[in-house]
Structure formats: structure tokens, C-alpha cells
Design a protein around this ligand. Structure first.
Ligand code: ASP
Length: 315
């Protein structure tokens, strides 16, 4: 019988137990569990991998704890600009959006691009125009405000005015000390079809229209029934330079590596060699799953009809 599997992540990074209160830790577990339950229910009812990951991601986007949708970080200009992508491994169809504002669930917009446009990747104002045309739910700026994200941004926003080098250092510090809260999901459904999706607010204080790996097909998100479905989180620039998600697929297709071996190679060797902190979750069409990261932690959860169950934060 075909194994059904769902895995979700809520970002990787310097996530340390000593920085966490028991209440906050529980809130993260609850958020991950809620997303996992929603997505897994879709699979149990015979739904598709694509619909399962959408159900899971919407829950994470609505949860202010995660850097996606409602909880998105602030840009240099004090705005939220969100990225999302989805890929269907059974058809190699994909949809992605970048720099979208006021869209309640960017994953729904990415789905809409995949299903109802002739395109793969839409950006900024044009993507929002498409959202309005398709009847995707929008929210006012206040919906996306959270004090925690605001304080995070304020802490580095001011120092930035001094010099470019300093800016760079500040961002490096931020990336070292804080976590990446991007969300992602991968699934294998009862027909053996797999899919991946990722959604993010990007990086705090990002500017110049910076785009990370999350919405870039092949970098932060990729799915192909012949190999794997992958969703990444971490320092996006390195994941783009590594073409990380597609590289896992290539190692499986051309070198015959297993999902776990391929993900280990990309995360612990290739990304590490260029200082790429982060991780990824993956499934293959047999319902095998893997969760690999080179950072101190990664918010993650997974469940499979073969008995696999995981809900973890730290290494
Ligand atoms: N990969 C995301 C980006 O670079 C950040 C994250 O994973 O939280 O935009």
C-alpha cells in the first residue's frame, strides 16, 4: 500500500533551548502540530499532496510566530514583502510570487499562479493585481504588525544608517543570532504524488527588492515525482548559489543517492562549504521523509502512515 507522508518546517537557525521560555516552546509545538494535523487530514481523506501542503502552510502563515504571512518580518522600509512558491511533482507545474504585500496567504496566490495563469513567477504590484483579479484575500497593513518583529527590525534599522559595511555586519550578526522563520511543507499522497511549498517574509531589514531562495523554483522549493519534494529554510543567498533543492533531486536522479543521503550531501557538505546556514525537509514518492539542518535547530514536524512521527525544535 502507498505510504502517505507530510512534513512541515517553521524555519531553521540559531534556535537554542536556553533562549526559549516553556510557554513559547509550547506555542511553537502547538503551531507546528496544528499545521501537521490540517495537512495530514487532507491526505487521510484521499486528498492530493498539493492540497495537503496548502492546508498546512495556510495555518503557519496565519500564526504570528512564524515569518510568513501574518508574522512576516519588516523590510528596510518597515513593510512586509512576502514570497511563496509551490511545485507539483506529478506534473512539474509550479507557481511562485515575490515581494507581495497585503496578501493574507501568499501560498494561495502561488497556487493560483500555478493553476490559473500561464506563468510561473509573478512579482510585486503585478502579483497583487493578479491576486485581486482572482479574489485572493487581502488584509490591511495592521494585520501584519507584530511587536516582536517590529522590535527585531528596530534593533538593526538604526545602525544601518552609518555605512554600508556596518549594514553588512549588522545583517551578518542578525543572521547569526536570530532564526529564520520561513515555513514549508512537503507531502506524498495516496497516489504516490509528491509536492513542496515554501512561504516567507524573507529577511529582516531586507532592501533593494531583495529576493531569497524560498520562491525560486529549484533553490528553496522543488518537486518531481521521480526524485523528491524539497522545502528549504536558511540564508537564502547561499541556497540560491547552491541551487539547493534541485541539487538534492539531481543527486538522486543522476547519482542514485537516497533522499537522506542527497539531503545530507547538500546541507552538510555543499551548503556548509560556502557558509550556508539552514536546513530542508523532503519526501520521495515512496513516502520516505527526511529533515536535515546544519544550524542549532529547525522547527519541524512530520507524520507518515508507516508510523513515523516527529515534533522537534533542537538538534
Ligand atoms: N530562506 C529565507 C530567505 O532567505 C529565509 C528563511 O528561511 O527564513 O528569504
Amino acid at each position: 500500500m502507498q505510504t502517505i507522508t507530510l512534513a512541515v518546517h517553521g524555519g531553521a537557525g540559531t534556535i537554542l533551548k536556553e533562549d526559549m521560555t516553556p510557554e513559547l516552546e509550547q506555542a511553537y509545538y502547538d503551531g507546528l502540530n496544528e499545521a501537521l494535523n490540517a495537512g495530514y487530514a487532507v491526505l487521510e481523506e484521499g486528498g492530493s499532496a498539493v492540497n495537503a501542503i496548502k492546508a498546512a502552510i495556510v495555518i503557519l502563515e496565519d500564526n504570528v510566530l512564524f515569518n510568513a504571512g501574518r508574522g512576516s518580518v519588516f523590510t528596510k522600509k518597515g513593510l512586509q514583502e512576502m514570497d511563496a512558491a509551490v511545485m507539483d511533482g506529478s506534473t512539474l507545474n509550479a507557481g511562485a510570487v515575490t515581494g507581495v504585500r497585503n496578501v493574507r496567504n501568499p501560498i494561495e496566490l502561488a497556487m493560483e499562479v500555478m493553476r490559473n495563469s500561464n506563468h510561473v513567477f509573478l512579482s510585486g504590484k503585478g502579483a497583487t493585481d493578479f491576486a485581486i483579479k482572482q479574489g485572493i484575500k487581502l488584509e490591511p497593513d495592521e494585520y501584519f504588525f507584530s511587536q516582536f518583529r517590529y522590535d527585531q527590525w528596530k534593533a538593526i534599522r538604526d545602525s544601518d544608517t552609518y555605512s554600508l559595511d556596518h549594514t553588512h555586519q549588522q545583517l551578518e550578526e542578525l543572521m547569526k543570532d536570530k532564526k529564520f522563520g520561513t515555513v514549508g511543507a512537503v507531502a506524498c499522497d495516496g497516489d504516490g504524488n509528491i509536492a513542496a511549498a515554501t512561504s516567507t517574509g524573507g529577511m529582516t531589514n531586507k532592501k533593494y527588492g531583495r529576493i531569497g531562495d524560498s520562491p525560486v523554483i529549484g533553490c528553496g522549493t522543488y518537486a518531481n515525482n521521480n526524485t523528491c519534494a524539497i522545502s528549504c529554510t536558511g540564508h537564502g543567498e547561499m541556497f540560491i548559489r547552491s541551487v539547493a533543492a534541485y541539487d538534492v533531486s539531481c543527486l538522486m536522479q543522476y547519482k542514485g543517492l537516497s533522499l537522506q543521503e542527497a539531503m545530507n550531501t547538500v546541507v552538510n557538505e555543499k551548503l556548509m562549504s560556502i557558509g550556508g546556514e539552514g536546513g530542508m525537509i523532503g519526501v520521495d514518492a515512496n513516502g520516505n521523509a527526511a529533515m536535515v539542518f546544519n544550524s542549532a535547530g529547525m522547527y519541524r514536524a512530520g507524520r507518515s502512515s508507516n508510523g513515523w512521527n516527529e515534533l522537534s525544535i533542537y538538534k
